[in-house]
Write a new protein. Structure first.
Lengths: 347, 393, 261
């Protein structure tokens, strides 16, 4: 008897919030979590709530167009504003998962750098895949991708991102292809073979990572001597953990994340208000000092101290010889090249 | 007559619960592995026109005309439909993701002359039999495309089943690897779990409690944390290597991470309690008088074990093995964090296609393959040991 | 002699089980933020973060509530079902067994996507109810398997004896069978609770911000943070479970004394 009462109580308690949920919900903003979202909270979310008196709920995800697609398809979408990767922006826009963006309401297209403008999304941050190594363990590190593939001069394991995307580009640049020609070469079967051949030359020395937290952890623990990494993670390790990791910017591969508004969001007006708020140069200038990602409003660079700017992908000297990740190329070729990559890597 | 009905009634609530929360949702998902419903709604006339095509050369004018008509209709309807169909066709033949929307845009304006000439002028791709073959294969409603792909097979334009090109063959190897790793983990769990469970079941007092605590403790700690703990122990400058170097056993650090060894070790650590607890239950259920009786009748200890203890504890062994083996087959996080590229299991690919690459058809088909493999193993187990009724005559 | 070897083996295996946990816990006192030794210094910053951040404590309470409700539901459904399965034979039993074990077999990622698609129209996504149902479903096989295992040791003749004494089937089950298989039922409930407490993938898909659970928080803590708060949370869970185990042991000892006294 006793036990049954307890069970009933537990079930009733579990059912309660379902009733509470039926009421209108607050603006829900979804980002990538971690140190990045911590910074966003301080610079974007809290000030937005204080200044506009809107309530804002935070969520975290780790990507995947399937998540967005199934949310829309299931009719159970509880997200309003989501930060997506560039490829998700393209696919989602094609499939009608996002609301078209009212650019006039968020400051106009001219207020943002050209790469940040899309009919369905506005760029949030710009980040780079760079080479990193630990100065505490290696005084003279590699200078470019060719060095990264040079196991004679730089022996030891090197971390790379598991998947063909960025990896094949790096292999071609290491093999002497200029950044401007990378996708032209990669568009031909011979170019793909060439990239895989180059990767073959260091296959035994590659440690594949799947999460952005792995490269700094591996460097700190001496698991790898060199690694591909997201620039922000490396700078954050230097800033918060007293590390002396070096970043090699030569021919870095950069891409953008964008804010989108989910199709049919009941909080669309508040969502636009949020995007307008976070699009102001004065607000955006607060983010890079906390986490070294480039931001997208024009006129932010001038507001930043020189030492902060030097660590950003948007610094003039860092973006000069960089390669922008081609989402068009990967949309068409990801299926085939992923299949080939998975076969190659697990052989 | 009353007993079976009563038994069925007892299981009814659970079966009903599982039907609604599990069988139906999973069924609906797996259904995607054997159906193809993304291309037909967009290209209904084309699919019909291709039904009579033999797969060689290019199809006739009526197929081209149907394609033009379909694409025009789709442009004015649901705008997500063409990209979704294109994504599906792209999985079969790369290039479709760009080709189909572009063709749709270019044929929208009225044109003079044959549809064939107009479409071929847009892209030479439309002159390839395999381009049309991809549409014919995706015509649905039922389709073997995904299941064949999950077995490294594919059909060509004429409908004959062939091996996938060598540089994209991966799933059969992965399936065998998953089975092998799971078997290995189960065997190691049994070997390590048996003595521990026996001690726990047959000892009294503090020692037994401490041993049981050692089994239960890891259970309360997130799998993610335990996996991270193995990284701390096994990394190049980790505790194990440091200890071995300090002890003078090795000079350079051993590569303990990112290989099969680390995967099996991590999985055994996580699954061992699932082996030990059923074993303890089985051993405790043993009537201690039986082995004693056998011994007093003059049987040697090994004979007592082999003829009395082992057969009586088999149900527990079976439960433990099946718990461990089945869970091992579905492992995802541990191989991803501790293993190298040669140690990834089928579940990783299911997750990859379900979320990253959004090829739900292939994800569902891979799940079907995994489930069939598990079903066969369980059936085999049922044959050998069986969830027998106790004392069934 | 044989017993000595057995003890040596058993202790080795126990060390193997506990070693990684012992290895990771001191890291929660690290002044640095990476998973490696030697510690760059000692600090309580990760514990402060656990109690100060707006995410960790609510996540902890969410996990406890959802885990308890899911384990209760799974046990409530699973125990009678195991009893029923035990009395059954033939094809229906094989099919029912298959259905019951299936949630354990299907990779969670598949379950998660399937549930999101199915729960959406029912309004169960981002509710406690939805997550409790999902976790109960994942825990049920463990309850059934453990209870079945303990039923294997139960002599069905006792039920006939109870019937002969005039007890109905329900009464026979509750008064004769249940007390004897109670350890198995309890173990099953613990399994179900632990399953919920360790589940992250389904939570990632089906839960909303209000249902953020501890493992999910730990997962993101390790995955996308330069932070060791996860190890602090793990350390506190360990201490808690040790206390729980001690309490159980103490209660058992007291019960035994009372029985014999």
């Amino acid at each position: 008897m006793d036990r049954r009462t307890i069970l009933k109580g537990a079930l009733a308690a579990a059912a309660l919030p379902a009733a509470a949920r039926a009421q209108g919900r607050d603006l829900t903003v979804v980002s990538w979590g971690g140190a990045y979202q911590d910074a966003q909270r301080e610079v974007y979310f809290r000030p937005f709530q204080q200044q506009t008196r809107n309530r804002l709920l935070e969520e975290t995800w780790d990507g995947g167009i399937g998540v967005l697609r199934s949310r829309i398809a299931s009719g159970a979408n509880t997200w309003d504003v989501v930060q997506v990767e560039s490829e998700e922006l393209l696919i989602g826009a094609d499939e009608g998962l996002f609301e078209p963006l009212d650019w006039a309401a968020i400051g106009g297209k001219d207020a943002y750098i050209a790469e940040a403008v899309n009919d369905y999304g506005v760029g949030a941050i710009l980040y780079s895949f760079i080479i990193a190594y630990d100065r505490a363990r290696m005084a003279q590190g590699p200078a470019n991708w060719a060095d990264f593939f040079d196991t004679a001069r730089f022996p030891g394991k090197r971390g790379m991102r598991k998947g063909p995307k960025t990896t094949l580009e790096m292999a071609l640049m290491a093999d002497g292809v200029a950044p401007a020609q990378v996708y032209e070469v990669l568009g031909t079967p011979a170019g793909v073979d060439r990239a895989f051949r180059k990767l073959d030359s260091i296959k035994a020395d590659i440690a594949w990572f799947e999460r952005g937290s792995q490269p700094p952890q591996w460097l700190a623990a001496g698991e790898v001597t060199l690694t591909v990494a997201y620039n922000g993670r490396i700078s954050a390790a230097n800033a918060t953990d007293g590390r002396n990791f070096a970043i090699v910017w030569t021919n870095n591969i950069f891409t953008l994340d964008s804010w989108v508004i989910m199709k049919g969001s009941p909080n669309k007006a508040k969502a636009v208000e949020f995007l307008k708020f976070v699009g102001q140069p004065a607000v955006q200038a607060g983010l890079p000092p906390k986490i070294p990602y480039g931001v997208t409003a024009k006129g932010v660079n001038e507001r930043l101290p020189a030492e902060v700017l030097a660590n950003l992908p948007t610094a003039p000297q860092n973006i000069a010889n960089a390669l922008q990740l081609s989402d068009r190329f990967w949309l068409d070729n990801l299926d085939r090249l992923t299949q080939r990559f998975n076969t190659w890597v697990s052989r | 007559m009353r007993r079976p009905v009563g038994a069925a009634l007892l299981t009814a609530p659970l079966l009903l619960f599982l039907l609604v929360t599990f069988v139906a949702p999973i069924g609906a998902f797996l259904w995607r592995g054997v159906t193809d419903d993304e291309v037909r709604p967009v290209l209904p006339r084309t699919v019909v026109a291709l039904a009579s095509w033999n797969g060689t050369g290019t199809p006739g004018e009526e197929a081209f005309a149907a394609l033009v008509e379909d694409l025009r209709a789709a442009r004015s309807g649901d705008r997500g439909a063409i990209p979704r169909a294109a994504a599906r066709l792209n999985a079969d033949r790369p290039g479709f993701r760009g080709l189909l929307p572009m063709t749709a845009r270019r044929v929208e304006a009225p044109f003079e002359g044959s549809a064939r000439a107009a479409v071929l002028a847009i892209s030479a791709e439309w002159g390839q039999p395999e381009t049309w073959g991809a549409i014919a294969r995706a015509g649905g409603p039922m389709s073997s495309f995904h299941v064949l792909a999950a077995l490294d097979l594919r059909r060509d334009a004429t409908g004959a089943v062939r091996q996938a090109p060598e540089d994209t063959r991966v799933f059969r190897t992965v399936l065998l690897r998953s089975l092998w790793i799971s078997l290995l983990v189960t065997a190691v769990c049994l070997a390590l779990g048996w003595p521990l469970a026996w001690l726990i079941a047959t000892s009294r007092g503090l020692a037994a409690t401490l041993l049981l605590a050692a089994v239960m403790l890891p259970f309360w700690i997130s799998l993610v944390v335990r996996t991270a703990a193995w990284m701390v122990l096994l990394q190049r400058e980790g505790i194990v290597n440091a200890a071995l170097q300090a002890g003078g056993i090795i000079e350079t650090p051993l590569p303990l991470l990112m290989n099969r060894f680390a995967v099996v070790l991590g999985m055994v650590h996580i699954l061992l309690p699932f082996m030990v607890l059923p074993l303890v239950a089985a051993f405790r259920g043993l009537d201690p008088r039986l082995p004693r009786a056998a011994a007093s009748l003059g049987a040697a200890p090994w004979r007592v074990f082999l003829r009395v203890t082992l057969p009586l504890s088999l149900p527990g062994v079976g439960a433990g093995c099946i718990l461990v083996f089945i869970q091992a087959l579905g492992f995802y996080v541990t191989p991803a964090l501790l293993g190298g590229p040669n140690d990834q299991m089928l579940a990783w690919f299911v997750g990859f296609y379900a979320t990253r690459s959004v090829n739900w058809g292939l994800a569902a088909a891979l799940s079907i393959v995994l489930l069939v493999a598990v079903g066969l193993c369980v059936a085999l187990y049922g044959r050998l040991a069986g969830f027998r009724r106790p004392g069934a005559a | 002699m044989a017993r000595g070897i057995l003890w040596a083996l058993g202790v080795l295996v126990a060390v193997f089980l506990v070693a990684p946990i012992v290895a990771i816990l001191p890291l929660s006192f690290s002044a640095g933020s990476f998973l490696f030794y030697p510690l760059p210094g000692l600090s309580l910053r990760w514990y402060e973060d656990f109690f100060a951040s707006p995410f960790w404590l609510p996540a902890f309470w969410n996990s406890m509530g959802i885990g308890t409700a899911a384990a209760a539901l799974a046990t409530l459904l699973g125990t009678p079902a195991a009893f029923g399965l035990w009395r059954m034979t033939g094809a229906f039993r094989a099919v029912a067994m298959g259905v019951v074990l299936a949630p354990m077999v299907v990779p969670v990622i598949v379950v998660a996507v399937a549930l999101l698609l199915a729960f959406g129209p029912l309004g169960l996504v981002a509710t406690h109810t939805g997550l409790v149902i999902a976790h109960a479903m994942l825990g049920v096989p463990f309850v059934v398997v453990t209870v079945l295992a303990s039923l294997e040791a139960f002599d069905p003749v006792q039920l006939r004896a109870a019937a002969a004494c005039g007890a109905g089937p329900m009464r026979a089950f509750f008064r004769v069978c249940l007390p004897q298989i109670a350890p198995g039922v309890a173990a099953g409930a613990v399994f179900a609770f632990a399953t919920s407490l360790d589940e992250v993938v389904v939570a990632l898909f089906v839960a909303g911000p209000a249902q953020r659970t501890l493992p999910r928080q730990m997962f993101s803590g390790l995955n996308d943070q330069i932070s060791l708060t996860t190890t602090a949370a793990a350390a506190m869970l360990v201490v808690m479970s040790v206390l729980l185990l001690l309490a159980v042991a103490w209660l058992q000892a007291r019960g035994r004394r009372r029985l014999s006294g």
